[in-house]
Design a protein around this ligand. Structure first.
Ligand SMILES: [Zn+2]
Length: 215
């Protein structure tokens, strides 16, 4: 991603010159991205479209600014806020960055990303054309989490767990994926258990996970 912004930066330098508004703004934006690489990786982990959204936000700003340039006689008569990317970055850090991608972009990303994703859509899902939205468990019960170096499918997969599955008061079984792996999907048959469990539901799930592990 940063390489792409660097490419844009070179073009801005070439067309508008060093220390021009666009060049300086992109330069600052790249430095911020490099300095906050880890933060961006976390965002990308939580939202697979995050990088695309960030790129789109920058592209869109440049596009509308260039459009204004076509009609303006002086750069100061254009809306320079459009290419003030520091604002985008500020929103990313505050967690208030949102951008809707046009469906054409989403489709391309989905096609390209389809085979690489760790977060695969369940095989029996019927709407395979829809974008999968992972539902993250941000406050997992520590003892339920998949242990280091353990394979989720080996521990929780297969028919083993079906024998133990307790029905919760929410009307479904506990989703081990959400509670152990840390994420699941909106179309999970046990989606109603994608929440912090309490009381009897907690006890049932705790026993369930222990039974699966043979503890
Ligand atoms: Zn689930």
């Amino acid at each position: 991603m940063i390489e792409r912004f660097k490419g844009l930066h070179v073009l801005a330098k070439l067309f508008f010159g060093e220390r021009s508004y666009l060049e300086s703004s992109l330069d600052l934006f790249i430095k911020k991205c490099e300095k906050n690489k880890q933060h961006l990786q976390v965002k990308h982990h939580l939202d697979k479209l995050f990088i695309a959204k960030l790129m789109y936000a920058v592209d869109e700003g440049i596009f509308f600014w260039l459009k204004e340039c076509l009609q303006a006689s002086d750069v100061n008569l254009t809306d320079l806020d459009l290419i003030d990317f520091a604002d985008i970055f500020k929103n990313v850090r505050k967690g208030t960055f949102h951008r809707f991608l046009p469906s054409s972009v989403v489709k391309v990303i989905n096609k390209k990303d389809g085979n690489e994703r760790d977060m695969k859509k369940p095989k029996n899902s019927s709407n395979s054309n829809n974008i999968l939205k992972p539902v993250m468990n941000t406050q997992p019960v520590k003892s339920w989490r998949l242990r280091a170096n353990k394979n989720y499918e080996k521990v929780f997969g297969g028919r083993k767990k079906e024998a133990f599955s307790p029905k919760l008061s929410v009307g479904c079984f506990p989703c081990t994926k959400w509670h152990s792996k840390g994420y699941c999907f909106e179309d999970c048959p046990n989606a109603r258990s994608h929440k912090i469990l309490e009381g009897d539901n907690w006890k049932k799930t705790d026993k369930f996970i222990k039974d699966i592990r043979g503890e």
